[in-house]
Design a protein around this ligand. Structure first.
Ligand SMILES: Nc1ncnc2c1ncn2[C@@H]1O[C@H](COP(=O)(O)OP(=O)(O)OP(=O)(O)O)[C@@H](O)[C@H]1O
Ligand SMILES: [Mg+2]
Length: 292
C-alpha cells in the first residue's frame, strides 16, 4: 500500500489564549478528495482549530504541513493564497455588496491596460451567475446585494468562490447549522462536489445527518483535545451520534430526565392526597409513584 501525503496536516498543535488551553496536542491529517468532519461540543475547540489552520491564529506549539511541506500563515490572506479557503462560522460576506462583488472580493476580472484598465463587470456578473447555476442556484441578477439571498445561498456563494479560485483545501465552519432541510442539502451536495473535484474538505457540524452522508473520516474534539480520528468504514452512524452528543452526557441526561419524571409524579401524588384524584383508572401510575 502506498503512503499518501495528506493535503493538510497538523502535528502536535496546541493553542493557548493566556491561561486558556483551547487546543492541546492535536494531530490530524486530511487528504485530497476526502471530507473530514470535525465533531465536538460547544467550546471543544473546533473553530479555534480551523482558525489556526487558516492563519487567523498562530499555533502556540506544533507544526502544520500543506502538501507535506511545513507552513505557517501570517494571516488568512496568506492561507488563501496558499489554497486554503475558509468559510467562517461568522460568515465573511458583505450584505450590502452585490453577489458578484462578494464572489470576487477584490479579484474581479479586468479589461484594458494601464490607465484604461477597469473591472469587466459584464464578464464578472456572467461568471458569478454561471458558477452559482452550477450548484443549482438560479441568481437572476448577480448585481443584487448578497443580503437579499437566503442563508444557504450565501454559504454557497462563499463555497463557489473558493472552488472557482482553485482552493486545495476547503474549510467550512457549521455551514448548515442555520439552514432548512432543502438549503442544507444544497450545501451538502456542494461539499460532495468539492470532494469529487479533489479538494480536501474540513467540515464542522453538530448534525449527524449532515455529517455522516458526506464524511470519509471523523475527528472528535473534547475540551481542546482530540479523542481520535475514525474512518467511516470503522464507525456506524449511531456511534458517531453518540460521540457527538457525548455518550456519557446522554446517559446522565437519561438519569436527569428519570429524576424529573419521578419528582413530577411525587408532586402529583402529593397533590392527589389533598384533592380528589383527577385521573381515575390509573392504579399502576399511583403505584409507580410509590414510597408514601
Ligand atoms: N480569542 C480567544 N481568546 C480566548 N479564548 C478563546 C478565544 N477563542 C476561543 N477561545 C476559547 O477556546 C475554547 C474553544 O472555543 P471554540 O470557539 O474553538 O469552540 P467550538 O468548538 O468552535 O465551539 P462551538 O461549537 O460553540 O462553535 C473556548 O473555551 C473559548 O472560550
Ligand atoms: Mg465554533
Amino acid at each position: 500500500m502506498s503512503e499518501r501525503t495528506p493535503m493538510i496536516e497538523m502535528r502536535n498543535v496546541s493553542k493557548h489564549f493566556g491561561s486558556v488551553i483551547a487546543l492541546s496536542d492535536i494531530s490530524m491529517q486530511v487528504y485530497s478528495g476526502e471530507v473530514m468532519c470535525l465533531l465536538g461540543d460547544n467550546g471543544a475547540g473546533k473553530s479555534t482549530l480551523i482558525k489556526t489552520l487558516s492563519g487567523v491564529h498562530q499555533p502556540t506549539h506544533g507544526d502544520m504541513l500543506l502538501g507535506g511541506k511545513p507552513t505557517r500563515f501570517k494571516s488568512p490572506a496568506y492561507a488563501l493564497d496558499a489554497g486554503i479557503a475558509t468559510v467562517f462560522q461568522d460568515l465573511a460576506m458583505i450584505p450590502l455588496m452585490s453577489i458578484t462583488r462578494n464572489f470576487f472580493m477584490g479579484r474581479e476580472p479586468t479589461v484594458g491596460w494601464g490607465p484604461f484598465k477597469r473591472i469587466d463587470w459584464k464578464h464578472a456578473d456572467r461568471i458569478a451567475k454561471q458558477e452559482m447555476a452550477k450548484i443549482g442556484i438560479d441568481v437572476r441578477d448577480p448585481s443584487q446585494p448578497v443580503g437579499t439571498l437566503s442563508g444557504g445561498e450565501r454559504q454557497c456563494v462563499a463555497i463557489a468562490r473558493a472552488v472557482y479560485f482553485g482552493a486545495k483545501v476547503l474549510i467550512l465552519d457549521e455551514p448548515t447549522s442555520a439552514l432548512g432541510v432543502k438549503q442544507a442539502s444544497v450545501v451538502l451536495r456542494y461539499i460532495a462536489k468539492a470532494r469529487a473535484d479533489g479538494l480536501a474538505v474540513i467540515f464542522i457540524t453538530h448534525n449527524v445527518h449532515h455529517a455522516y452522508p458526506v464524511a470519509d473520516a471523523f475527528t472528535l474534539l473534547a475540551r481542546g483535545s482530540s479523542l481520535g480520528t475514525f474512518r467511516k468504514e470503522d464507525i456506524s452512524r449511531e456511534e458517531v451520534l453518540n460521540m457527538m452528543a457525548g455518550g456519557a452526557e446522554l446517559e446522565s441526561l437519561d438519569a436527569e430526565l428519570a429524576e424529573f419524571q419521578r419528582s413530577d409524579q411525587e408532586q402529583k401524588a402529593a397533590q392527589g392526597a389533598g384533592a380528589p384524584v383527577s385521573t381515575p383508572g390509573a392504579p399502576p401510575q399511583a403505584h409507580a409513584a410509590g414510597g408514601h
